[in-house]
Design a protein around this ligand. Structure first.
Ligand code: MCA
Ligand code: AMP
Length: 501
């Protein structure tokens, strides 16, 4: 195998490919134009250096040509790309920047204006330079460094069973493996066309949609957010042949279709039917949703399972049976096994165990956290914390080993992180956060609090208070005030008891 990388693995991004790569509704860029932009940007980033040597460069922008330029430009120049959550509250951004020891932040023309002022003031305080993509588009194209494929390429923040998110570091080789397995498994084609409306600080949007499409030479239509009206118009107009979303989005689309006049609903459903692939992932797709989608559009959803640390691991087949309520079989090049409580591999079907994963797709490390990295691997297997069983070879996800992880609308949230913030509220003496089953969100963040004497707290006031302290999707959807929290003999809150409430 070639052990150096420098955008060569993205074969479609070259100077003689005049196909459209990106389109944002107002303008479009061919692969040649994108390549020129990336090279100019990477040259601007390098300045007088010959290699960014894993400098952590963060960027704060929605899906846009600037986003693609920045991500690929950082990779080209040898930096580590740190895409930030554009919906995050400033304390969350501050944590990410400090944890990753970011030195520069890139913003784009379409970076959300209302959050740029607080971002600039935060960065001034932290001594981090903020630059606009346009300032880095150098006229002089420099020679790019030759990078070993084992070099660190990206850091994404993921919530877990600690109160602070961890930086998941992947190498160029991990990213290559995560992309190429999907190109093969899902039969990606140069003439594919896909809308990209997912947030771009997670694997789903970055790898599964953007990078797979750009690697193969397909066309991506960019949306700064999930814009129901525009996206459905594109489907109606047959603009796309591949669609990837989280279950919440399919639920929301079904809700919208039900409100539309029949002729338009029929045209949109026919648009979905004519696509070659509709994929659901990031959270469990309920069988009811799978059936509703099939009934409405004629499409059999392809469900797959992934994680920030591994990219995608398990998928229903492109050809062959796609089973409702199941995530399918291991992807090419990904080793998956189930382990029992004693740490033995479960060979047969029908016994639940923890999913563990091995392969080139698996991340390198948690940034600056040797202990957490060591703790998450056993004998070379990455321990996902998800529990599954196999039924005639197909994996069915049964749940998670921790009650402290919540999946809401595809986002993985840490109950402990939300509790940590709520505990800083003047009225809150104790609190516990859980995910409660919800038809739209999968799980809805629910906070149980015990108030300090003589204090009161309304849900609306709490939501307002949370706005500057956490991303909107972490804000509790429900609040219950209790006299005391149910605790066991060790004093630990019994979250299953709260679920019963
Ligand atoms: C928005 N809201 C949410 C969420 N999103 N509440 C809970 N959970 C959410 N996920 C709230 C807002 O705060 C707001 O509340 C109200 O819903 C409407 O907000 P709006 O922005 O209009 O909602 P939306 O645009 O319809 O967003 C829903 C969404 C979005 C499109 C489903 O959440 C989304 O893009 N989710 C995908 C996340 C994702 O890509 N995850 C992949 C990570 P209020 O009305 O109170 O103000 S997982 C991953 O990468 C792994 C590897 C994998 O397997 O894929
Ligand atoms: P994240 O850390 O944001 O990458 O989220 C990864 C987690 O999402 C996994 O560990 C699973 O718990 C969950 N997940 C992803 N895909 C599925 C799926 N198809 N069914 C059930 N859970 C899923």
């Amino acid at each position: 195998m070639d052990t150096t990388t420098n955008l060569r693995p993205f074969p479609a991004i070259n100077y003689s490919n005049n196909k459209v790569a990106l389109n944002d509704g107002a303008a479009q860029w061919t692969y040649t134009e994108l390549r020129q932009r990336i090279d100019r940007f990477a040259s601007g980033l390098l300045g007088k250096q010959t290699d960014l040597k894993e400098e952590r460069i963060a960027f704060f922008m929605p899906a846009s040509v600037d986003y693609a330029t920045t991500l690929l430009g950082i990779w080209r120049a040898g930096g580590i790309a740190v895409p930030l959550n554009i919906a995050a509250a400033m304390p969350e951004i501050e944590y990410a920047l400090s944890c990753a020891k970011v030195t520069r932040i890139v913003v784009g023309i379409s970076s959300p204006a209302e959050s740029l002022t607080p971002l600039y003031s935060l960065c001034r305080g932290l001594g981090i330079t903020v630059v606009n993509v346009s300032e880095l588009l150098s006229d002089k194209i420099l020679v790019m460094p030759e990078l070993n494929i084992g070099r660190r390429a990206m850091m994404l923040f993921t919530s877990g069973t600690t109160n602070k998110p961890k930086g998941v570091v992947t190498t160029h080789n991990n990213i290559r493996a995560q992309i190429t397995t999907l190109l093969e498994a899902w039969n990606w084609q140069e003439n594919d066309s896909i809308p990209l409306f997912l947030p771009l600080h997670h694997i789903h949007g970055i790898i599964n949609v953007l990078c797979c499409a750009l690697w193969i030479g397909a066309r991506v239509t960019l949306f700064p957010r999930f814009d129901m009206g525009q996206i459905l118009t594109g489907v109606e107009d047959r603009d796309y042949n591949v669609f990837m979303a989280v279950p919440t989005i399919y639920v929301k689309i079904i809700g919208e279709l039900e409100k539309l006049p029949e002729p338009r609903r029929k045209r949109i459903c026919a648009g979905f039917k004519d696509m070659r692939l509709n994929i659901s992932g990031s959270a469990a797709c309920p069988v009811k949703l799978y059936n509703q989608w099939k009934e409405l559009t004629g499409q059999t959803l392809l469900e797959r399972y992934g994680m920030t640390e591994i990219g995608m691991g398990i998928s229903n087949p492109y050809l062959g049976e796609r089973r409702a309520g199941s995530v399918g079989v291991p992807l090419p090049g990904v080793e998956v096994a189930l382990f029992d409580d004693a740490g033995n591999i479960i060979e047969g079907d029908d016994s639940p165990g923890e999913i563990r994963v091995r392969g080139e797709n698996v991340f390198l490390e948690y940034w600056d956290n040797v202990q957490a990295t060591e703790d998450s691997f056993i004998d070379g297997w990455f321990c996902t914390g998800d529990v599954a069983l196999r039924e005639s070879g197909y994996y069915r996800i049964m749940g998670r080993s921790s009650v402290d992880i919540i999946k809401s609308g595809g986002y993985k949230l840490s109950a402990l992180e939300i509790e940590g913030t709520l505990l800083t509220h003047d009225s809150v003496a104790e609190c516990a956060v859980i995910g409660v089953e919800d038809e739209t969100w999968g799980e809805a963040v629910t906070a149980f609090v015990v108030l300090k004497p003589e204090h009161s707290l309304e849900h609306a006031a709490l939501k307002k208070w949370c706005e500057t302290r956490m991303s909107p999707y972490k804000i509790p959807k429900h609040l219950r005030v209790l006299e005391s929290l149910p605790r066991n003999a060790m004093g630990k809150v019994m979250k299953p008891e709260l679920k019963k409430l």
